[in-house]
Design a protein around this ligand. Sequence first.
Ligand code: GLU
Length: 474
Amino acid sequence: MKIQNNSPVRVRFAPSPTGHLHIGSLRTALFNWLFARHYKGAFLIRIEDTDFVRSTKEYEASLMESLKWSGIVTDDLVMHQSARLDIYKKVADDLVSAGKAYKCFCTQEELQKKRERAEAAGKNYQYDRTCRKFEHSVDHEGKPYVIRFKVVIDTPEFIFEDKIKGAVSIPSEQIDDYVILRSDGTVTYNFAVVIDDQEMQITHIIRGEEHLFNTPKQILLYQALGHSIPIFAHIPLILGPSGQKLSKRDGATSVVEYKKEGYLSSALCNYLVRLGWAHGDQEIFSQEEMIEYFSLDHIHASGAKFDIEKLKWVNASYIKKLTVEEILNIIKNDLEKDLKAITSDWTDVQRAACIALYQDRVATLKELYDYILKVYFLPVAYDWENLKKLIAKDAVIILQLLQQEFGNLEFEKNKIQEKVKAFCKLNDYKMSDITQLLRFAMIGAVSGPSVFEMMAILGKQEVQKRISMVIAEM
Ligand code: GLU
């Protein structure tokens, strides 16, 4: 696609390195990346690190790592705002010289008083343009100053078109002469973003809707600088269960937390792309499909509720499709657990069989990992409560008899099963009671996957050991 001025699509993701990547930001990055891939354009990354107090290199590394983990890579060098302070200063000075911005000498105390007065009168505080009247050559005997942009709008409402929200109208009186350069020489977001997006030749600005009210300020700057205005698309918020913006109170919000919990990057992206965007009622998409179908036209205008149960469902369906090698690798890379080394007494066949035993039953790889360890290691605790509901009085004798039965049995899943079946028939026990008892002996819990499979994986010696162990506890 070419936009009006015939330039190919160029989009960007512009995180501030003041924390780990939020899942909402990952969705924004993903929408941008898919849009670029769909239109065979460019996807760029810009680090907005001008808040020198809160920005850190560690968070930047973490953001980049999370993006890479999600398969989102930039098509060009990463731009850093911190390296561009001289450029912003020059543009600000030029705007002052052109009479489109001005030096403001009002002190913090003066402004604070004005703000308090406005609030006491129940009004929204707006800068009262006191310093607009000064010639730009005035320097007020070296007093510190900020540079403010001169906002000129001659209609009561400022209206702009948003690809997702439609026509957005903001009362002009709410847009005041905002600061573009602070007295310490640092730049404000609304100023730097315009200069950078222009320099990077960004055609579409796809970002979170919290920036909707910044957009008029940015459009006015584009106009003042004589630049063409990109297309804006503001993505609705991700909401928590209460209907408010998703926050830490609602659970994990950063991508690293999901990674450590054993969510697959492909599943997380699949879940996030459906959060606010739809292609019919399809839920599971390959990356190729996402790229092919993605467009801004099918993004909903209102907020999308985060649903952890659905994310689990998507993750589970991706886990089902993995090979054993893939599972081991992801657990090693994402969970930083070397399952092969931890279960080193097992053969590859035992390990693969144990993975297969649980693979279709788990929502995350962390769950899978925990289950495998439960089988591999001797039980550390037994769920007596649930056992008692089943089979309290005969448990010891049953286990002793079964232990004898297993004595010279060829220890293969079907053979074990037949043996237990015959034992139940002969002694009039319910098969399900006995399998639960055996499972209890193996892993300390009555419920779980096929106990015959589990016993075959563990091998006769280990099974006998676990039966003796639980008998000793009874
Ligand atoms: N640094 C801003 C943020 O993280 C970027 C906003 C934008 O994309 O313009 O919200």
